[in-house]
Design a protein around this ligand. Structure first.
Ligand code: FES
Length: 169
């Protein structure tokens, strides 16, 4: 028989220390998480994706910009391609709009309808949007096109995740 038998007192001590440690960790983890959360959030908010578009080539005429990024889904990695319509507004600010129609999700084109020039046109059900993405009343879409947050790094356009349109005042 082993000489290192655990006494009842030692057993209780080990057990209570273990349970106490576990409880302390459960209480501390949310606090630690709360303290470092802003750091984690800043990193998550920083995931802009590089396009191939040079910003000084952009004009007031919307152009289609395709960009690709790697998406990791569990163990599966795939390339995802998205599109933005990008131009400079009267103030020279960059505007990047999602092409996904707010009616049923078709893809809109700039000047896609010869009877409605200087508008985004959705060919599926003749949806129309103003240049800033605002849906034209009387056409199927009930909301404006989403917009992408933009960043410029070394003269190249970077785009964030689509968000509710920020260009309609
Ligand atoms: S999906 Fe665009 S108008 Fe219907």
């Amino acid at each position: 028989m082993s000489k290192h038998r655990v006494s009842r007192r030692q057993f209780l001590n080990y057990t209570l220390t273990g349970v106490g440690g576990f409880m302390a960790a459960s209480m501390l983890m949310p606090m630690v998480r709360f303290a470092v959360d802003p750091v984690l959030k800043a990193e998550a908010g920083g995931d802009f994706i590089a396009t191939k578009q040079k910003v000084d080539e952009l004009t007031s005429e919307p152009v289609r910009v395709d960009f690709t990024y790697e998406q990791v889904d569990g163990w599966y990695t795939s390339d995802v391609t998205q599109t933005a319509w990008v131009y400079k507004d009267e103030a020279g600010e960059l505007v990047a709009l999602s092409p996904v129609c707010k009616h049923l999700g078709c893809v809109v084109n700039w000047n896609g309808d010869k009877n409605n020039q200087s508008k985004f046109f959705c060919p599926c059900h003749a949806g129309l949007y103003e240049k800033n993405g605002k849906n034209v009343k009387g056409t199927p879409p009930l909301g404006p096109l989403d917009s992408y947050p933009v960043e410029v790094r070394d003269g190249i356009l970077y785009l964030g995740k689509p968000e509710p349109n920020t260009h309609i005042k």
